[in-house]
Design a protein around this ligand. Structure first.
Ligand SMILES: Nc1ncnc2c1ncn2[C@@H]1O[C@H](COP(=O)(O)OP(=O)(O)OP(=O)(O)O)[C@@H](O)[C@H]1O
Length: 315
């Protein structure tokens, strides 16, 4: 049973111009997406830069205005009151950001950063608050003496852990993680991802994991949606997406993942080229289930660049 449903979400940004700074046009950032969240499951949102992933995350949490569509949380339509002070939605849906450094207030000590949601949503005594902060630091694998330090005294991975401690402080149901590890180096990425998996299991958390990296999403997510120009072109479980992708755009994203296994690399390369050639020969345009046309020529530009570098064995 899903605890939250996103229905036909659309987010348009107005473009202003002219002498009176009036609205002259709009950017269609999210163009009618629907999603359902179940407890304890991780959902992935993948697509190229600018396809609307972050806008989706920010509009779900309430940082962006929704143009149309609805968000239903535990049976209540919360579309227009997501950020109400003290609302359970505000407490239960948390976000962690790509740039941990700028998401932590540099003038606050770690204990005050982590205490922020506790003070907003839980009515704890000073002693209980201290105990909760110690507990949260232990969960994210940090020493108690971190409490009195400032964000600049920590490494990137540690800062991300502080962000995670703040996000889980009030036992949320869903964490929206927008590229949470892409600013970290590879060994730290693995540590943070594994740690996020551990706490997911321990606390029955759900994630909306936003990334352009299909490798990371494969590691983390049960259900994956592939986004292109504000819409989902394909959604499915991990198995469907990685072993039996249906949409040409998904196939191209998958082929852009560096092929690190030398065994059978040539055969896989030939197979990919064949799939591409057949598809392009047989489909002038691709029509999605709503009849919207995707122009293959336009779609291909970035991904053919990525593919050809890969095909040449350059990656
Ligand atoms: N505040 C804004 N005002 C106007 N347009 C915006 C604003 N924020 C984003 N956009 C536009 O909305 C579209 C979607 O942006 P978004 O940041 O959601 O993409 P993204 O998939 O998260 O990209 P990236 O992976 O690079 O972060 C882009 O065309 C972007 O230029």
């Amino acid at each position: 049973m899903s605890f939250m449903q996103i229905n036909d979400l659309k987010v348009y940004y107005p473009i202003r111009g002219g002498f009176f700074n009036t609205v002259v046009d709009q950017v269609t950032a999210v163009d009618g997406i629907s999603l359902e969240f179940e407890k304890g499951k991780a959902y992935g949102l993948v697509g190229e830069s600018g396809c609307g992933k972050s806008t989706t995350g920010k509009s779900i949490i309430g940082l962006e205005k929704i143009t149309s569509g609805s968000i239903v949380y535990e049976g209540q339509n919360v579309t227009h009151n997501r950020r109400g002070r003290g609302s359970s939605y505000n407490r239960d849906i948390q976000m962690i950001f790509q740039d941990a450094h700028s998401s932590l207030n540099p003038r606050k000590r770690v204990q005050d950063i982590i205490a922020e949601p506790i003070r907003n949503f839980l009515n704890l005594s000073p002693d209980e608050e201290k105990r909760r902060i110690n507990e949260l630091l232990a969960i994210v694998g940090m020493n108690e003496d971190a409490k009195l330090k400032y964000p600049h005294e920590f490494s990137g991975g540690q800062k991300q852990r502080i962000g995670i401690a703040r996000a889980i402080a009030c036992n949320p149901k869903l964490i929206i993680a927008d590229e949470p590890v892409s600013a970290l180096d590879l060994s730290v990425q693995a540590q943070v991802l594994n740690f996020m998996k551990d706490i997911q299991q321990e606390f029955g958390l759900s994630y909306l994991f936003i990334s352009h990296d299909l490798g990371v999403v494969k590691h983390m997510c049960d259900h994956i949606s592939i986004m292109y120009k504000g819409r989902f072109v394909e959604s499915g479980n991990r198995q469907d997406i990685y072993t039996n992708p249906q949409h040409i755009y998904t196939k191209r994203l998958l082929s852009a993942i560096p092929d690190v296994n030398p065994v059978g690399r040539e055969e896989r390369k030939k197979e990919r080229i064949e799939v591409e050639a057949n598809y392009t020969a047989n489909h002038k345009n691709y029509y999605d289930e709503n009849g919207k046309v995707f122009d293959l020529k336009k779609l291909s530009t970035t991904h053919f660049v990525a593919m050809s570098a890969h095909e040449k064995g350059g990656i």
